[in-house]
Design a protein around this ligand. Structure first.
Ligand code: ZN
Length: 438
């Protein structure tokens, strides 16, 4: 990614973030899960913007210590109270059903029904999001306020779902760069009507891939749209022999809220991706939280499992579990907005620009300082004034380009933004003062 491409794409992020938010609105109504037709439908909607390839892994396939589960689909689910009123309706909110509920059609009394109802007493207006992927069960979720109003008597329960042999569906999009070395960017597509966790990740990955695909890139890029946990495990199992190509990676989640950024480092802790994200966040001059790797969380759990230990971190805004709306109906289209998505995709683009351009160089006149003014690097360059920051960047680059320090190291040591360092390095290359160190 050249500096001009970087500047151009950053000038388009206002429009890109509007497109992201519109895609989020289109995806929001679907009752996604780790398998099923709504994952396929999600892929179809994404394909209006990005030609992702869908892959199907059959039920029963062994993937490391796991087995691909049965495929779950749902048409409808509701509860009718003793007066004949439909009081819980899947069609009004797909969070009302415990995701992966088995089919049920029966009448039960309130005392029995209550054992299958889930609420959030501390957030009485929100419906919780619950799943039961790996034990065959059923249940409904509702607001605690609604729960308190339930009357005694017999209730009719209908869950029109199916749990059959089928497939797990995941999506992939690949951009071939100049090298085979890959950058992996992943999101998960298993959450139903929830926005920050994780339609924000899905929309960010879709449009990041779409706009990067138009550019000339050094790295190859692999974007994954996988159901969380089982999808990452399946993908690693199927693609294990190619994982050595992954040089950097990020899990994209929780990127649409108004909080400050959080970076969870890779298990390695000091991988280049960790250094790059920290550099970008430090140069943004706003507050951020840095977390060492921990073995719970999202799909970095699989990518950073000891058998892989890939350099994969996760850049989020407010981390999962740390905002009240997390895994509730309040994580909706009002909780996220295009402006926050813009902030997030800007950071991802900045990170990719650094990764694309980070390299070590050699000062070709290392004995004492080269005379910059006679090369037009001290006052003017082609009529364009070399500003003080660029002059300063030139001095840092010439001093530290001994084959040991990368441009990222120079940015870190000087405190000068990476893009200014790259611009200055380009000037020095043009004047034959700098050469890439291989
Ligand atoms: Zn989640």
């Amino acid at each position: 990614m050249k500096l001009d491409d970087f500047t151009k794409i950053l000038s388009e992020v206002d429009n890109i973030s509007q497109e992201m938010y519109q895609l989020m609105k289109d995806l929001y109504p679907l009752c996604r899960s780790i398998t099923g037709n709504n994952v396929r439908k999600t892929h179809e909607i994404i394909r209006k913007h990005l030609e992702i390839q869908s892959y199907e892994v059959p039920t029963g396939t062994e993937v490391y210590d796991w087995v691909i589960p049965k495929e779950w689909n749902i048409n409808d689910a509701y509860v009718i109270d003793p007066t004949g009123k439909k009081i819980i309706d899947f069609k009004k909110s797909n969070l009302h059903i415990v995701n992966y509920s088995i089919p049920v059609k029966k009448k039960i009394f309130l005392t029995e029904l209550k054992k299958k109802l889930h609420t959030l007493p501390k957030q009485p207006d929100s419906i919780p999001y619950l799943t039961s992927y790996y034990s065959e069960d059923w249940g409904f979720c509702l607001t605690h306020n609604q729960f308190l109003e339930l009357i005694d008597g017999e209730y009719e329960i209908v869950i029109d779902s199916s749990l059959d042999d089928g497939h797990l569906t995941y999506g992939e999009y690949f951009i071939k760069g100049k090298t085979e070395n890959e950058i992996l960017i992943t999101c998960y597509t298993c959450h139903p009507s929830l926005c920050n966790d994780n339609l924000s990740g899905v929309t960010l990955v879709t449009f990041l891939a779409k706009y990067l695909s138009k550019l000339s890139l050094n790295y190859s890029y692999r974007f994954l749209f996988i159901p969380e946990t089982i999808g990452a495990i399946a993908w690693l199992s199927i693609n294990e022999k190619n994982t050595f190509k992954i040089k950097h990676g990020l899990v994209a989640t929780c990127l649409g809220d108004s909080g400050s950024f959080t970076y969870k480092k890779s298990r390695r802790g000091n991988a280049e991706i960790d250094q790059v994200v920290i550099n970008v966040l430090q140069n943004s001059n706003s507050k951020f939280t840095l977390l060492d790797f921990f073995p719970s969380g999202s799909d970095e759990r699989q990518f950073c499992s000891p058998g892989f230990n890939l350099p994969v971190g996760s850049l989020m805004k407010t981390m999962y579990g740390k905002f009240d709306e997390y895994h509730t109906s309040a994580d909706n289209l009002e909780f996220v907005n295009a402006n926050n998505l813009k902030d997030s995709i800007t950071k991802y683009i900045e990170i990719i620009f650094v990764l694309e351009n980070n390299a070590k160089f050699l000062n070709l006149i290392p004995k004492c300082e080269p005379q910059l003014s006679k090369r037009g690097l001290y006052d003017t360059l082609g009529g364009q004034k070399v500003n003080d920051l660029t002059k300063n960047a030139i001095q840092w680059i010439l001093n530290l380009s001994d084959g040991e320090n990368s441009l990222l190291d120079i940015s870190n040591k000087s405190g000068i933004n990476f893009n200014i360092i790259v611009n200055a390095a380009n000037m020095l290359i043009q004047k034959n003062l700098l050469q890439k160190h291989i």
